[in-house]
Design a protein around this ligand. Structure first.
Ligand code: C2E
Ligand code: CA
Ligand code: CA
Length: 636
């Protein structure tokens, strides 16, 4: 018996853990640093235990300075492990330490007690040592109390945060605590030096749960994942040191996968992490989702972002092929632009989205203006929700003229939102927000209710209006039971179904979702007519247009405006009108602003005109007045 076999085993365990730690990149966050500290302390404690035992057996050395140092290191390192353990457990649950008084006491007092006790302990063990005192001096007991306190605190903290840690980790911490107490008992009763070994086994447990490197890693791209990004960005924010985040998006990933195959696509993703580390030293890269990445580093200049994007777009070579990568990026800097967690989260989402949709440049740099825009967007969302509660959306009506008769036979119902603080909010802005938040479903119903009331109370048929066109959003069309609800509202007002038409945009018409098809078919079967809105803005799918059979085709204003100055656009527009004619669809042009446009459109065979040339969208009162005054007056 050597007496320190278990310490040798502990050293082996520690070295194995060191090798694993060094072979993988670890995020420099507090939790990981504290784990390293526990490993360092266990290694030092085990090594010094072996050393001191060894020297103790050599009579000439056993009271020398080296022996005393080793004894000190052994007791100090070992007893500090549980103090670091407490911090580690707390750091695992929090990215930001509150540092309130209780936490300060819990983090410092046990450590101070250890450092005060250890010299006395060493003094007793080395000089006043007898066979009995080896395990039983007072200082030993104080240190046991500290260790028990720390272990129990770690246990109760983990249990109290069980929602965060999850059952697996709570179980491991419970088992680990019990095992450590048993080892201490064995240590006391059988005088076996098991403690370092027990702790090192504990470190393996922790490595497999709380410190599991895969929790923060993204194996596909050999980088970290969004959880890692959340942790490091929040922690760097709390330490107040400046840093930058580059958001990166590969726009043509599905093209690469389709054209070159998934294997090459995966290789492209794998190359991003090493390239980013070369271009931006000491950076960490995160695979956020799909084809979005984030790079985080203490110093990122605008030039580096340009280098990064240029390198990714030009230099990715796989199997001798230059793969064309369409990269867009954005740069966000702390504290230059954002200042807290909320701003960071909002800004990352906003800028990534912005970079993806940016038309002119491939890189956008976050500024205060972006934060203001985010604030405005958040305020808009609040206003959208408030207006849903108050049913305060208004409906404006834009008259639409039948070119042949000159009569305003129809009109488009357009939602208006005037918020108390923000004033008029453009429909494009609030509709998009409401679509994302799901509020559009209620808004759609509010608008429909109001249109129905307007139709009933003004008897618009008598004013020559054959129908009112209502916009349906894709989100509404994807709601199960939407058609039934719409029909119920209209029937409750006893309105003839011919009096209401629906507009859906080209992009939704391309939807093959079964709920969408069910809703639209029900509405069509119930006798409602449909217009295809925004024709010409997206990818025009003629086949679907034919199979769906729209009654009206609405040329988007951009097409109308382009046809005025561009002969090719005019030819293409005439072609569209011709096809629509043959498919028995009436063509409606929106955005008619000038007499010249009206002339061209009329010559091209467009049947209906909507635009500022005739009228802007009007309030209900103005709309009715307009109809009364303008009937039979307008001609082109
Ligand atoms: P949209 O369906 O394409 O509506 C036509 C838009 O063109 C309206 O903008 C209208 O005011 C504008 N417009 C009409 N004639 C002219 C013109 O001669 N010149 C110019 N510059 N613009 C003209 P608005 O009211 O701002 O609405 C924007 C978009 O918001 C709508 O585009 C529609 O997509 C959406 N929207 C509006 N109300 C509703 C609604 O009740 N439900 C849904 N789902 N979307 C709505
Ligand atoms: Ca429309
Ligand atoms: Ca439109």
């Amino acid at each position: 018996m050597l007496g320190f076999e278990f310490d040798i085993a502990a050293i082996f365990v520690c070295f194995s853990l060191w090798i694993i730690l060094f072979s993988s990149r670890i995020l420099p966050i507090k939790q990981n640093l504290l784990y390293r500290w526990m490993l360092i302390l266990t290694t030092v404690s085990s090594a010094s235990a072996i050393g001191s035992h060894f020297l103790y057996r050599m009579p000439s050395m056993n009271h020398g300075i080296l022996f005393i140092i080793l004894c000190f290191l052994n007791y100090a390192a070992f007893n500090l492990i549980t103090c670091v353990y407490v911090k580690f457990i707390v750091a695992s649950a929090k990215s930001k330490m509150d540092r309130n008084l209780i936490e300060k006491v819990i983090f410092t007092v046990p450590g101070v007690i250890v450092l005060i006790c250890v010299p006395f302990l060493v003094y007793f063990k080395v000089w006043v040592f007898t066979a009995e005192t080896l395990h039983d001096v007072l200082w030993d007991y104080i240190l046991y109390v500290v260790a028990v306190f720390n272990m129990l605190f770690g246990l109760f903290y983990t249990i109290s945060k069980h929602d965060f840690f999850g059952r697996r980790i709570v179980t491991v911490v419970c088992v680990y605590t019990v095992v450590i107490f048993m080892i201490v008992a064995v240590n006391l009763i059988m005088k076996l030096m098991l403690l370092n070994f027990g702790v090192s086994l504990g470190l393996i447990f922790i490595f497999m749960t709380l410190q599991d490197p895969n929790v923060m890693r993204d194996t596909r791209s050999n980088s970290f994942n969004s959880k890692g990004f959340d942790l490091i960005s929040k922690e760097w924010l709390s330490t107040k040191k400046s840093f930058g985040i580059i958001g990166v998006h590969i726009k043509n990933m599905s093209f690469i996968n389709d054209k070159y195959g998934i294997e090459i696509g995966n290789k492209v993703v794998e190359q991003i992490a090493p390239l980013s580390r070369i271009i931006i030293p000491n950076s960490y890269i995160f695979h956020l989702r799909g084809t979005s990445f984030a790079v985080i580093a203490e110093k990122i200049s605008e030039g580096k972002v340009r280098d990064f994007v240029d390198t990714l777009s030009n230099k990715v070579k796989i199997r001798g092929m230059n793969i064309p990568i369409d990269v867009v990026a954005c740069l966000m800097e702390y504290p230059k632009v954002f200042h807290d967690e909320k701003q960071l989260t909002d800004l990352v989402e906003f800028m990534m989205d912005g970079a993806y949709h940016a038309q002119k440049s491939r890189i956008i740099f976050a500024t205060q203006e972006h934060l203001k825009k985010i604030q405005y967007d958040n305020d808009v969302l609040v206003a959208v929700k408030q207006a849903v509660q108050d049913s305060s959306y208004q409906v404006f009506y834009q008259p639409i003229m039948n070119v042949q008769t000159g009569e305003f036979e129809t009109a488009e119902a357009l939602a208006r939102l005037i918020a108390p603080d923000l004033g008029f909010i453009p429909p494009d802005v609030f509709i998009q927000k409401a679509e994302r938040s799901g509020d559009i479903v209620r808004i759609g119903e509010i608008i429909l209710e109001k249109v129905c009331k307007m139709i009933c109370s003004n008897k618009i048929e008598n004013l020559g209006v054959k129908n009112v066109k209502i916009n349906l959003s894709v989100i509404q069309c994807l709601q199960r039971g939407m058609a039934d609800r719409v029909i119920r509202i209209i029937d409750a007002h006893e309105i003839d179904h011919e009096l209401i038409n629906f507009e859906i945009t080209e992009s939704i018409a391309d939807n093959s979702d079964s709920i969408f098809i069910e809703n639209v078919s029900k509405l069509k079967d119930a006798g409602f007519k449909f217009a295809l809105d925004d024709y010409g803005t997206g990818y025009s799918n003629m086949t679907r247009m034919i199979s769906f059979h729209f009654d009206v085709l609405k040329l988007d204003k951009s097409i109308v405006w382009m046809a005025e100055n561009n002969s090719d656009a005019l030819i293409s527009m005439k072609g569209t009108v011709d096809i629509a004619d043959r498919l028995k669809m009436a063509v409606l042009a929106e955005g008619v602003e000038t007499e010249a446009q009206a002339k061209i459109l009329k010559e091209s065979g467009v049947k209906f005109f909507q635009g500022f040339l005739y009228s802007k969208p009007l309030s209900e009162y103005d709309f009715i007045e307009f109809l009364k005054n303008k009937r039979n007056v307008m001609t082109v």
